[in-house]
Design a protein around this ligand. Structure first.
Ligand SMILES: [Zn+2]
Length: 203
């Protein structure tokens, strides 16, 4: 097996919820949280995103294509002012190449990275403007403040991101969460440069 195959296997044996919990743990705000709590939040956010897919959001109306996603580690980004989605075509193309190289086409059919990125950003748009933001907080059950019988649900950093991934996975019918692609992209950026191929003269 070549290194790419080994790496693909290593990456894909980690399940989606573990990637979700790892993502939360990577955020400075959650650095000291109990891993079991992070896992529970990752599960709740995933469930929320998957359920959101029962009433799909319209694909964002304003899509701007640009490059520069690879150095920023971004496939796409939602901006509320102006209300638009930026799609980073270089990062999307790189993710598609990774899918092909790692043999993950069954999970991510051709063109699905772009579709998933648009679906993901549609959730950010929806949560930014719609009532679902409060519903997500309630689904997570993290309490900011308790005053007698009054419970004020708290924001959980990163939960919206996980919900958006779960939504994209569900509406696009993907075999795995795009979190796997994020992990693979990050790994490919930190991977040592491949050994130089033998030159044509030596063959
Ligand atoms: Zn996002």
């Amino acid at each position: 097996m070549n290194t790419a195959t080994v790496r693909a296997e290593e990456l894909s044996t980690v399940d989606d919820l573990t990637y979700g919990a790892r993502f939360l743990a990577s955020l400075p705000l959650h650095a000291h949280r109990d891993p079991a709590v992070l896992r529970r939040w990752a599960e709740a956010a995933d469930r929320f995103g998957a359920e959101l897919a029962r009433t799909p959001s319209p694909v964002p109306a304003h899509v701007v294509e640009r490059t520069g996603g690879l150095e920023r580690g971004l496939l796409a980004r939602y901006t509320s002012r102006p209300r638009a989605v930026e799609l980073y075509t270089d990062a999307i193309a790189a993710a598609e190449r990774l899918v092909a190289r790692h043999g993950w086409r069954e999970w991510f059919p051709a063109g699905s990275v772009r579709a998933a990125a648009l679906a993901h950003e549609a959730v950010h748009e929806r949560l930014h403007h719609g009532p679902e933001r409060a519903a997500l907080k309630r689904a997570l059950g993290h309490t900011a403040l308790r005053l007698g019988r009054l419970r004020v649900p708290a924001h959980v950093a990163g939960a919206e991101e996980l919900a958006a991934h779960a939504y994209a996975r569900t509406v696009c019918g993907l075999g795995r969460s795009p979190l796997l692609l994020s992990a693979a992209l990050a790994a490919s950026c930190t991977a040592p440069a491949p050994a130089p191929a033998p030159s044509a003269r030596e063959k």
